[in-house]
Design a protein around this ligand. Structure first.
Ligand code: UDP
Length: 380
């Protein structure tokens, strides 16, 4: 019998995302693999999503990227009760065998409250959970709701109540990894890249300072708050500073951006993004938070670019120090490590990605977890 999965990708961006988009990249990678394995996929997303699926439900008219990291019920200015109604209606369909949910807070609380009326649910945790316990306060009684992490270290930091619902972790693997086998190796340049949204946790300020001190060219790629292009941020004026990431950029990163040693190129996408990462001497992750899943870390390996990072969150799970990258507990060492990373072998990185982080492997692992969740839910 065909398994029908309702995949809830959230209200933030279309799937696949136009450029930046961690959750959306994962969904865009996972769904085609699941369908290849015979799964019927109903996608709950925004109207502008173009990913081929068996059925699409547009929960929001368009991406709500400006509301990233705000509580879900504030995204569209609707009440929690209204949103609970939407989620309830969505999940009450009787043709759904399992919900694979990527959206925190309201969705989970509603499901827990639905009790035996809810379909079995696997919820993928995407955040640093120790920092967001409030999102998961309401799992009590949600016996049909199970969670999975995106790394072992993420789950280890999760509140105990949440860990009790866990069925394990699945490492991430995204479209860059899909394209990597078709991506002919490009010649290495001199630059180092930091790919990711500009945010204190991702540490672009530290990376930029070290670029000047150690003397390596650094390209910062990624959005600043809702702004994808330098000219859009420049045109936005003072009001833009209400966004904390914009303030962070202006106060702590921009002073180092001289257009020469350190450049901010905005959000990069598609082939440009792949080439930027593949031609870099290293991908730098000067993290100040416990990185939960490290999408861009795995992408870098798949493109043959070694990773230099603070040994935080999932990094020690993904990177083998001395082979696929260099890790340190002392952020001041990162500059020297970047210079040493040229000695690492791009092929080792690609081999590691092909061995551990393929989309097919990710889909197979999710199928196993779906089965486990459904069996658990079938028990009295
Ligand atoms: N990304 C992109 N263009 C950019 C910056 C990021 O395509 O300019 C993609 C990146 O390749 C990755 C995702 O956005 O797939 C970011 O995910 P990550 O897990 O690194 O960041 P987070 O989800 O923590 O914001």
């Amino acid at each position: 019998m065909t398994l029908t999965v309702l995949m809830n990708a959230g209200p933030w961006l279309s799937v696949p995302p136009p450029g930046y988009g961690g959750i959306e990249n994962v969904v865009a990678t996972l769904v085609p693999e699941l369908r290849r394995l015979g799964v019927r996929v109903v996608l709950a997303s925004v109207e502008s999503s173009t990913l081929p699926v068996d059925e699409k439900i547009a929960v929001f008219p368009d991406g709500q990227f400006h509301a990233l990291q705000r509580p879900y019920n504030q995204v569209c200015g609707v009440s929690q009760a209204h949103l609970s109604g939407v989620v309830r209606a969505l999940y009450a369909r009787d043709d759904i065998d399992l919900v694979h949910d990527h959206v925190e807070a309201v969705g989970l609380a509603t499901l827990a409250a639905m009790g035996p009326d809810a379909p079995p649910v696997l919820h993928t945790l995407h955040w640093d959970l120790a920092k967001h316990p409030e999102l998961y306060g309401n799992l009590d009684g949600g016996d049909r709701v199970r969670v999975n992490g995106v790394s072992a270290s993420q789950l280890a930091r999760a509140p105990e109540a949440l860990r009790a619902h866990s069925v394990g972790h699945v490492h991430l693997s995204t479209p860059l990894a899909v394209g990597a086998d078709r991506h002919a190796p490009v010649p290495k340049g001199d630059h180092v890249v930091i790919l990711g949204r500009i945010n204190p946790g991702k540490g672009q300020d530290l990376g930029a300072r070290l670029a000047h001190e150690a003397g390596f060219p650094l390209v910062l790629a990624g959005p600043v708050g809702p702004y994808h292009r330098p000219e859009d941020l420049a045109a936005a004026g003072d009001e833009a500073r209400q966004n904390p990431d914009v303030r962070f950029f202006h106060d702590h990163v921009a002073p180092y951006v001289d257009g020469d040693r350190v450049r901010w190129v905005g959000t990069v996408a598609g082939r440009d993004r792949d080439d930027l990462v593949a031609s870099a001497r290293a991908s730098l992750f000067p993290l100040r938070w416990e990185e939960p899943g490290g999408t861009a870390v795995v992408e870098s390996l798949s493109l043959g670019t070694p990773v230099v990072a603070t040994a935080r969150g999932c990094l020690p799970e993904l990177i083998e120090h001395g082979r696929t990258g260099l890790l340190t507990g002392d952020e001041e060492e990162l500059g020297e490590m970047v210079l040493a990373a040229g000695g690492l072998e791009p092929d080792e990185c690609r081999r590691e990605a092909a061995r551990r982080f393929t989309p097919a492997r990710m889909a197979q692992r999710y199928l196993e977890l779906y089965e486990r969740v459904r069996q658990g839910a079938a028990q009295p």
